[in-house]
Design a protein around this ligand. Sequence first.
Ligand code: NAD
Ligand code: UDX
Length: 463
Amino acid sequence: MTITKICCIGAGYVGGPTCSVIAMQCPHIKVTVVDISKHRIAQWNSDKLPIYEPGLDNIVKQRRNVNLFFSNDVENAIKEADLVFISVNTPTKTFGVGKGRAADLTHVENCARIIAQVSTSNKIIVEKSTVPVRAAESILKILSANHKPNVKFQVLSNPEFLSEGVAVENLLNADRVLIGHEETADGFWAFKELSKVYLNWIPEEKILRTNTWSSELTKLAANAFLAQRISSINSMATICEETGADISEVARGIGLDSRIGSKFLQASVGFGGSCFTKDLLNLVYICEHLNIMQVAMYWQQVLDMNDYQKSRFSNKIIESLFNTVTGKKITMFGFAFKKDTGDTRESPAIHVAKTLLDEGAKLNIYDPKVEHEQIQRDLTHPYVTENPEAVMKSIEIHNDPYYATINTHAIVICTEWDEFIELDYKQIYRGMIKPAFIFDGRKILNHDNLTKIGFQVHTIGRR
Ligand code: NAD
Ligand code: UDX
């Protein structure tokens, strides 16, 4: 079998960009991305894609309706495909056993059932969603128990390592492509077939072959290690604030050690995004389930440190504003969990906003890419407030960063958007209530210049 038709179930932040890049690099393959959400598919087929990702619009424009298709016809796309990516969401469970920690595999399981039900030919099934170790076993069990006679499946693990905001770049120049397979001749054959797809643009030495369980665990391990670096540097930032050391200098000093490396040492208001928290919770749950409590506690601490960092930053704002923000207007610059994305999932900005709203502050919020309705949805969510009407009265969402600062007491930077560095802070200062404060939760501004202008500047990891 040579793969000529790919179906991807899940048209989200992973399925959409990944399949767009595959379609671009493999013009001989027909790629169909399907989703149960009519709205999402309509957006993929429109001029305004459902996600903002630099470089993606261009690729979709080139390949859409050529060899890249977005559809709600899940069944037919699976039926005609040689290879099916499962790229659906695997959120943290919100009820039942493992509530708040274990990964909810309902969507993955639904995919397995529908694949078994509609397939009339052999297929390679690729687990792209992030899953607990041995999830492929459950998928295979469901497929085996429900398939039609003479239809065979091979299940591969091929986790995705892209970062939002640089997804296209990451997909085009992946550090590695990891493929885990069953340790049988058929498993090896399936690995070879999927490799052939990637070999259209990924050098062979970057394709890593492991057994299925190593591949699944590698994804959780990679996210755990990355998150751990951020919590580690943030823990050092706390010491800096107490002692007069400067976290930027410390990060530079340790990052030059080639064994440590300089990436992912940016102290911040805390990490966000849809992956780190969810995948760490999943890892902790797996350890608890395996009864290796010391290991569970070790990784839990990475999450605890992140919560501590978010709270510390929010509390610092309140303390600095003379211990009360009740009735005070505060500008929030940035709402996305990082720059170059419109994604707000687990954004530290939500935590900061909630704390300030709980204390009675009024918020002017500006983010260059997050949809206004998304900010409203996030801040009126039951996890954030019991009184959504009051929240709606306390927030204003702005399209202009300058306008957002007029007559406010403070600016809080939650996302490191480049445009915040370029703003005219002299002009901004003139329009603000004095003393005017800036809380730079991303360490992106020139603090000496701001102090000269007259701002009271507070940041992370520096007294
Ligand atoms: P997402 O929520 O953006 O997209 C998932 C999509 O799957 C949704 O549009 C949903 O409607 C669809 N879906 C769910 N069940 C379906 C079904 N039965 N049939 C058809 N469609 C269905 O999620 P995402 O951010 O793309 O993440 C997907 C997976 O990839 C997760 O496991 C995540 O952990 C992992 N991952 C995400 C990232 C990232 O940066 N977002 C990076 C690496 C890995
Ligand atoms: C992450 C992983 O990097 C990626 O490999 C995986 O596939 C999905 O999860 P993502 O969440 O998109 O990607 O973004 P990432 O760049 O990892 O940033 C996550 C969070 O950490 C953001 O809130 C970011 O601002 C924060 N961060 C990152 C820091 O606070 N400091 C840093 O030095 C790096």
